[in-house]
Design a protein around this ligand. Structure first.
Ligand SMILES: Nc1ncnc2c1ncn2[C@@H]1O[C@H](COP(=O)(O)OP(=O)(O)OP(=O)(O)O)[C@@H](O)[C@H]1O
Ligand SMILES: [Mg+2]
Length: 343
C-alpha cells in the first residue's frame, strides 16, 4: 500500500534532495524548488563573524566572503570526504539549509529521499543518515541517476547518464529497481574537465593570472566538443592589465578529455544485455547533469554508439532539478516499507 494512502499527506512534507559535489538542490511536495552551490563556510574568528554577520554561510555567498571563512566543499567524487569531521558537519548544514528553503509548515513531518552517486551509495548511506536524522522523520537514499530516471518515467529499457561535477553516473533501467550491476560511476566529469583546462591554460599562458573558479566559468560559458563556429576569447589580466586570450583549442581538448571513458563505459554497460534489449536501451539514452550542457556532446555520443547499430540520445530539459524532482516524485509514490524511520 502506498504511504500516502496510509498517512495524512497534509502533515508530511515530501522532499527530494540531490546532494551534488558542486550544486545541491531540493524539490518539495509543496511546489518549492531551490538550489545552492555545495559550499559551506564558517567565520574564521570573531572579527570575521562581525564582517559576515552570520555563523554559517552557503553557496555563492560563502564564496564571496571566502577570505573571512573556513570554506568547505564537503563532497568530492560524490563521497563525503572522509577523516574530517567538518565535512560531515558541512553536509548536515547543507541539508538543514535546503530543508529550511523548502519552507515546511509548522508541525509538518519531513520525508526525505536523498540522491547520491551510484557507486558510493553504500559508503555514504550511514554518513547521510547521520546528517539528515535531526531534520527529517524518514529517509531513503537512492542513486542519483535512478532518481532522474524515475522523475522522467524512464523505468524500462533506458540508460540515464548523469554528468555532474565529481562523477558521471550511469544507470540502466529495465523495469525494476536497479541493482549494483546496473549502475556505474566514473570520475571523468566536470571537475576533471576544469583541471585539464586549468593545466592547458597555465601551459599556454604562464604569465596570465587566473584561478580555478575563473576557469570553470570559462568552461560553463563556452564548453563544446568537435567544433563550433567562431572564436573563443576571454579577458584575463596580465601584469594587472586585462588582455584577450584565445582559449578555443584548450576548451575543446579539455571537454573532449572525458569522451573516451564515457563512450567505453556506456558501450560496456549496454553490451551486458541480450541484443533485443541492447537495441531498446540504445534508443533511449538520456543525458542529465550540468555536463550534459556541453555543446555537441549529445550528437557525439549518438554517433560514437551508432557504430554498433541505431541509437538515440536526448538531453533532459532541466539538468539542475532533474535529480531532486525525480527524488520527490519517488518520495510521494514510495510504499511505506521502503522508508527508514529516523525519529
Ligand atoms: N554549460 C556547461 N557546460 C559544461 N559544463 C557545465 C555547464 N554548466 C555547468 N557545468 C558543469 O556541470 C557540473 C555541475 O553539474 P551538476 O550540478 O549536475 O553536478 P553535481 O550534482 O554538483 O555533481 P555530482 O553529481 O558529481 O555530485 C560542474 O562541473 C559545472 O561546471
Ligand atoms: Mg549530481
Amino acid at each position: 500500500m502506498k504511504l500516502k494512502e496510509t498517512q495524512s499527506e497534509g502533515n508530511i512534507l515530501f522532499v527530494g534532495i540531490d546532494l551534488g559535489t558542486s550544486r545541491s538542490s531540493i524539490s518539495a511536495s509543496n511546489g518549492t524548488r531551490q538550489w545552492i552551490e555545495s559550499y559551506v563556510g564558517w567565520p574564521k574568528d570573531f572579527i570575521s563573524l562581525q564582517v559576515v554577520g552570520k555563523p554559517v554561510l552557503f553557496g555563492s555567498e560563502a564564496l564571496k566572503h571566502r577570505l573571512s571563512l573556513d570554506l568547505c566543499r564537503p563532497l568530492e567524487h560524490g563521497v563525503i570526504k572522509e577523516g574530517i569531521e567538518r565535512n560531515e558537519e558541512a553536509v548536515k548544514e547543507i541539508i538543514k539549509y535546503l530543508i529550511e528553503l523548502a519552507k515546511p509548515a509548522a508541525g509538518q513531518k519531513i520525508y526525505a529521499v536523498v540522491g547520491v552517486p551510484a557507486d558510493t551509495l553504500k559508503v555514504n548511506k550511514l554518513a547521510i543518515r547521520r546528517a539528515v536524522s535531526e531534520f527529517a522523520h524518514s529517509l531513503m537514499v537512492v542513486s542519483e541517476p535512478f532518481a532522474v530516471a524515475y522523475g522522467l518515467s524512464l523505468l524500462n529499457n533506458s540508460l540515464v547518464i548523469d554528468i555532474g561535477a565529481g562523477t558521471t553516473d550511469l544507470c540502466i533501467m529495465h523495469g525494476a529497481i536497479p541493482s549494483d550491476e546496473d549502475q556505474k560511476t566514473i570520475v571523468n566529469a566536470g571537475d576533471y574537465i576544469d583541471e585539464q583546462l586549468y593545466s592547458y591554460l597555465t601551459e599556454k599562458y604562464p604569465n596570465s593570472k587566473f584561478n580555478k573558479n575563473m576557469v570553470r566559468q570559462f568552461k560553463e560559458k563556452y564548453s563544446f566538443v568537435r567544433d563550433v563556429p567562431g572564436d573563443i576569447h576571454v579577458e584575463i589580466p596580465v601584469d594587472g592589465k586585462p588582455v584577450m586570450h584565445d582559449i578555443k583549442n584548450e576548451v575543446k581538448r579539455a571537454c573532449e578529455s572525458i569522451l573516451p571513458a564515457l563512450v567505453e563505459t556506456t558501450a560496456e554497460m549496454i553490451a551486458r544485455f541480450d541484443p533485443e534489449f541492447q537495441i531498446k536501451i540504445k534508443n533511449n539514452i538520456v543525458l542529465a547533469g550540468g555536463g550534459s550542457l556541453i555543446r555537441g556532446l549529445r550528437e557525439y555520443l549518438q554517433d560514437a554508439l551508432k557504430e554498433y547499430g541505431p541509437c538515440n540520445v536526448t538531453n533532459v530539459q532541466d539538468p539542475l532539478f532533474a535529480g531532486s524532482d525525480g527524488a520527490v516524485k519517488l518520495a510521494q509514490d514510495m510504499p511505506a516499507k521502503y522508508w527508514e524511520p529516523l525519529q
